[in-house]
Design a protein around this ligand. Structure first.
Ligand code: IPE
Ligand code: IPE
Ligand code: MG
Length: 265
């Protein structure tokens, strides 16, 4: 068994949480409320900096500063789960200077924000493949997850070296290992089984996905999980995104009718 899978299968408490987090299609369809899980593609940091004649990393720093306000506004708008896209599996293609700057920003962000996040009652989790991340950063991530594990006010999930295709491929690999070891039969692999092997296995699916900066694509974010999410593509660049705009998007979600493929009677 891979170390990942040991962690995965032994964490019964998390699996119980996942069961409780599951929302039936009927419950979701009967919504007259705001989104419970919002996922955000925080895009536009580079353009924000360029518009000001500054280096791209200046924009990333400004972007990181926006996160706290949005996290802290979640309880006011009824959001229990917030998942933010910080670095994709494709972002390694950027210059070495930008990638190194981002990695150092993540280390700094975790070190600086840990206390505030914990004080606020945020339970922090990371999704994505840790293999390519440096040991110092992984240790900070692990420590923050452990430190906040008992918190309940908001579930903050940070996607770092995350790609939806990569996640599905890693999940499939673990599934195949279980089958090869005789612990799982191929007949038991279905839509309920596969997501248990995804990084997000303790989270409900996102109800609303927001992308800032005017791009109308999902760039490999939560591919499986967002099959029935509502989407908002907004023009604001991430460093300008405010809790007021977040609240407005959450409020307009409440008025949408999600049908999940059925015909409304
Ligand atoms: C999003 O902002 C942050 C990351 C992808 C790390 P960008 O850096 O993609 O900003 P733009 O799209 O170039 O403006
Ligand atoms: C998506 O933004 C990734 C993150 C926000 C972390 P990108 O800027 O990397 O996406 P593309 O390249 O425009 O599709
Ligand atoms: Mg971008």
């Amino acid at each position: 068994m891979t170390p990942d899978l040991v962690k995965h299968t032994q964490n019964n408490e998390d699996i119980a949480i996942a069961d409780r987090a599951e929302q039936t299609v009927e419950q979701a369809a009967a919504q007259d409320h705001g989104p419970r899980h919002v996922a955000i593609i925080m895009d536009g940091n580079g353009r924000w900096a360029t518009q000001r004649g500054r280096p791209r990393l200046f924009g990333h720093h400004a972007g990181a500063k926006r996160v706290r306000e949005i996290v802290e506004s979640c309880p006011d708008v009824g959001v229990k789960y917030l998942t933010i896209f910080a670095f994709s599996t494709e972002n390694w293609k950027r210059t070495q200077v930008e990638v190194a700057g981002l990695m150092s920003l993540f280390r700094r962000y975790i070190t600086k924000e840990a206390r505030a996040l914990d004080g606020f009652g945020a339970r922090v989790r990371f999704i994505g493949d840790r293999v390519r991340l440096d040991a110092k950063l992984i240790k900070l991530m692990d420590d923050l997850e452990d430190m906040t594990a008992h918190n309940t006010s908001i579930n903050l999930t940070i996607a770092l070296n995350y790609g939806g295709r990569d996640e599905v491929a890693r999940a499939t690999k673990r599934l195949a290992e279980e089958v090869a070891a005789g612990r799982l039969s191929p007949e038991d692999v279905d839509e309920e089984t596969l997501p248990k092997y995804l990084d997000t296995y303790v989270l409900p699916d996102p109800d609303l996905v927001i992308r800032t900066s005017g791009e109308a694509r999902i760039s490999n974010f939560l591919l499986w999980q967002s099959a029935y999410a509502e989407y908002e593509f907004i023009e604001t660049l991430w460093p300008d995104f405010s809790k007021e705009e977040f609240a407005k998007l959450c409020a307009s979600y409440g008025g949408r009718e999600r049908r999940f493929g059925a015909v409304k009677t």
